[in-house]
Design a protein around this ligand. Structure first.
Ligand code: ZN
Length: 349
């Protein structure tokens, strides 16, 4: 296989941070990351059992941070001679758009990323769009309920927030504007409805639960306070999170009628036989929760590999507001995939 590692700087004038100039004031906060950008393509017929995935949320255009994480996922699958799966995570019905899903796949193809299974290709584990996989999530919810792992919770997000989050923290969380806000930064649940295990509030007992319809109330997974969840991340090394301290009882089914990200993710990763999950470091705490879900559901854990997040010049994680750093915008400015993937970018430490 012909390979070449490229260290070139972008050839055209481009917006910060692709044209990052070290700032002595902020330099110590950054670790500059480069990608191994090799001109090789993934084999069309896998030679190993490795299975990885690309799982974009179609709620906006992909930015340079996504590009680098997805490139890493592609590289792992390619180097392993395995299979890469495209899975569209469109459970946020309010914000998900078909045109963003199409744009995400087009942008990734433009970067040179190829996958063997997905909404556009089909495959043995179709459908590859989460909004069409509700029956699987419902079955998992039922299994968790029957195993006594869940309780119904009447608290609103506002109730939980106001009980636990200091105002300045809330402001910071809102300004981040990333997937993180609703996932890793989910406030620690105060335990208000914990005693209602296995049945809905104001109902006389477990038999009153309509197990066909979890909708209309939040269902939370009860964690064991003080339990340490440890795993070794392929990129970031040993990780340790403590239930009740780093995260609390988390939502697995939302009152508005759908599974949470955590539940859908573990169900799909198990059903699609993922052997490694490559994603952003904003999901590290989600991994701890997903390890608990995997254990409760009898699923094996995949290997984990969390990529450091690209940040802007203020050290903030990239989000939808960084329009100038969307792959669309950079492509329109004349940048090539090589410019984007081989550039040195500041990352969160
Ligand atoms: Zn509650």
């Amino acid at each position: 296989m012909w390979t070449k590692r490229l260290y070139c700087q972008p050839l055209l004038p481009i917006p910060y941070p692709l044209s990052y100039v070290p700032n002595p004031l902020y330099a110590p906060r950054f670790r500059l990351a480069t990608l191994d950008f090799r001109m090789a393509s993934i084999s069309s017929s896998p030679v190993s059992g490795y299975r990885g995935r690309l799982a974009p949320s179609p709620t906006g255009y992909l930015h340079v941070g996504h590009a680098r994480t997805f490139w890493t996922a592609f590289q792992h699958a390619r180097d392993a001679g395995g299979t890469l799966v495209m899975r569209m995570e469109d459970l946020d019905a309010e914000r998900s758009r078909t045109n963003f899903a199409d744009a995400a796949m087009e942008d990734l193809r433009w970067l040179g990323i190829r996958w063997q299974e997905g909404p556009d290709k089909g495959g043995p584990f179709a459908p590859y769009v989460q909004s069409k996989r509700r029956a699987l999530y419902l079955a998992a919810w039922r299994k968790l309920l029957s195993r006594g792992c869940l309780f119904a919770c009447r608290c609103s997000r506002k109730d939980v927030d106001s009980a636990l989050v200091a105002p300045h923290e809330r402001v910071q969380s809102e300004t981040r504007g990333s997937k993180l806000d609703i996932l890793d930064d989910e406030p620690i649940y105060p335990g208000t409805c914990r005693h209602l295990i296995g049945h809905a509030p104001q109902l006389p007992g477990p038999t009153s639960v309509d197990i066909e319809k979890p909708d209309g109330i939040n269902w939370r997974f009860r964690v064991c306070d003080g339990e340490a969840i440890e795993f070794v991340d392929g990129n970031l090394g040993p990780q340790r999170f403590v239930a009740g301290v780093d995260f609390g009882d988390f939502i697995v089914w939302r009152r508005d009628g759908g599974p949470s990200y955590q539940l859908a993710c573990v169900v799909d990763d198990a059903a699609m036989r993922m052997t490694e999950v490559v994603r952003g470091a904003d999901l590290l705490k989600s991994t701890a929760r997903q390890i608990l879900l995997n254990r409760a559901l009898g699923f094996e854990n995949p290997a984990w590999y969390h990529c450091r997040l690209v940040v802007d010049h203020n050290g903030w994680r990239l989000a939808k507001r960084h329009d100038a750093l969307s792959l669309r915008a950079l492509r329109q400015r004349g940048l090539t995939p090589m410019n984007i993937l081989a550039a040195e970018l500041p990352v969160e430490t």
